[in-house]
Structures are given as structure tokens and as C-alpha cells.
Design a protein around this ligand. Sequence first.
Ligand code: NAD
Length: 296
Amino acid sequence: MSKLGFIGLGIMGNPMAAHLVKAGHEVFLTTLGLVSKELTDAGGVDCVSSQEVTQRADIIFLMLPDTPDVAKVLFGDNGVASGLSAGKTVVDMSSISPMDTKVFAQRINALGCDYLDAPVSGGEVGAKAASLTIMVGGPQAAFDLVKPLFELMGKNITLVGGNGDGQTCKVANQIIVALNIAAVGEALLFASKAGADPAKVRQALMGGFASSRILEVHGERMIKRTFDPGFRIKLHQKDLGLALQGARELGLALPQTAGAAQLMQVCAANGMADLDHSALVKALELMGNHEVASPK
Ligand code: NAD
């Protein structure tokens, strides 16, 4: 059994760490706030800092909100770097900047340690069911070492390329998801305003070429008005920001991504930053002065 660390025990990190604990590994844990009783009851070890986690573990997983959080946990006071000794492996599963990831990896490598960026897709449902898609960047040997642990948390696990390429893949994923949510939102709003039952429209479309996981899961949320997260608007705003910043640096235009980012901005400006990203439909509803609803 391995000595593992897990830092960042939120919506995603808590169930992911639980799979590692359940498999019998010794798992050292820290997060802002309290480590859940579920994890400590199952045998996880509550630690006071990222430094302590790193000193006690050989492979350290991070699942944090954004790039500045990862920078702080890696290189801040009592952070991962201060607890590392040569031969350990740092695995960042957060969704953060591909460019900054390359720099983080070099700084960790300079301490004699390997670094993998390994962001995920599949949401809270996938984290709980251990069915996440995991997109990895880094050296083959480190990937081979960590793969059996990834297999405890996910199913579709791909070494995409070198450090940063896992994060680039995740940004691409988030572009597709955002544009799909906007498409499903526009379609259901159109159907509803035209007098059709959006629930029946969704049901009919699920069998055809317009079918998608987004129509299935997020379409249902839009119809049932269940916007508790899930995946928060503000996290998706962060991801689209990474896409648009990257596009600027690469000299690319991503007009549809920019449009979806604007719709999320409308949500955030109206107090919805902590709702699930399916609430993007509410920005469209505001503009159309109509709410997706079944006919009375
Ligand atoms: P979350 O806000 O629920 O959890 C983040 C956790 O990090 C919190 O528990 C917080 O306490 C902890 N944290 C923050 N700063 C810390 C610090 N300095 N030291 C220790 N712990 C710290 O977020 P989440 O939904 O679990 O998402 C985590 C990452 O996974 C994000 O990058 C997100 O984009 C990505 N992601 C989320 C989903 C989803 O559906 N929620 C899906 C795929 C990817």
C-alpha cells in the first residue's frame, strides 16, 4: 500500500480521496476548513498543513479551485515544496492554467521530484462513481507509477503529452461543454417560448443527432430548475478565461467561447456565480424575458 497525500477536499476532492482511502492506502489529508468525518472515519489522516501532508506521503494529489490556489499550496508558507524530498511525485488534478503548469512542473522537477498535471472531467457524479475522465500531462514513468491510483478515481485515463498538455486538453473540454450548454439552453428556451413542452422536446431529441450528455444532464436541470452545484458558474468562468487568454497568446479567435463567457458573466453579475453552470440558461431567459417551463 502507498503513502498518499490529498490536498483540497471540496465537491470533487472529498469523494476522490475517499476512493483512495477505501482501497486501503494510507492517505494524509488537508483542506481549508474541516476534513470530513467520512474520510477520517474511513482511516484518512487529518494533517495541519500541506507541508505535513507532503512530508508524510510519497505521491501528493491536489484538487484546488484555481491557479493562484495551486501556486500558494505548492510554493507558499508551509506548502508542498517545503515538505518535498527527492523522488516524490506531485499530481495536480485541479483545472488550471496550462502555461503556469509548465512553470510549476519545472520548479518541482528542480527539487528532484516528478510532476503530473491531471485535470478531470465528469463532475461530482463521476467523482463519486470513480468514473472520471483523467487527462494527463507529464513523463511516461510518472504516469505509469500513478496510473493504478488514477484507476481508483476514473475510467478513461489518457497520457496526452508533456507537462501542461493535460491542462490544455481540459481547457478544450470546457470549451465544448460551455458551447453545448449554451446550445441546449437556446434550444429549450426557443421550444418553451414557442409553446412546446421542453421536457417532451428533450425526450424526443435524446434519440437523435442532437443527443448529448449535456442535453441529458444539464437539459434536465434546466427543465427541473435544479441549479445547485454540481460545477459552479465561477469555476467555468475561470476555465473560459484560460481559453480566451490562451487564444490571445496564440493569436486565435474563439468567438463562440467568448459568447459563452459573456453569458456566464451575465449570470455572475446577477448573483448566480455559485449556481451550477446549467444556470447559464438563466442569462438567456433574462434576455428573452421568458423562463423555460412546461405549458400550463
Ligand atoms: P471546491 O471549491 O468545491 O473545492 C476546492 C477545495 O480546495 C475546497 O475544499 C477548499 O477548502 C480547498 N482549498 C482551497 N484553497 C486551499 C488551500 N490553500 N489549502 C488547502 N485547501 C484549499 O471545488 P471543486 O468543485 O471540488 O473543484 C476543484 C477543481 O476541480 C477546480 O479546478 C474545478 O475547476 C475542477 N473540476 C470541478 C468539477 C465539478 O463538477 N465540481 C468537475 C471537473 C473539474
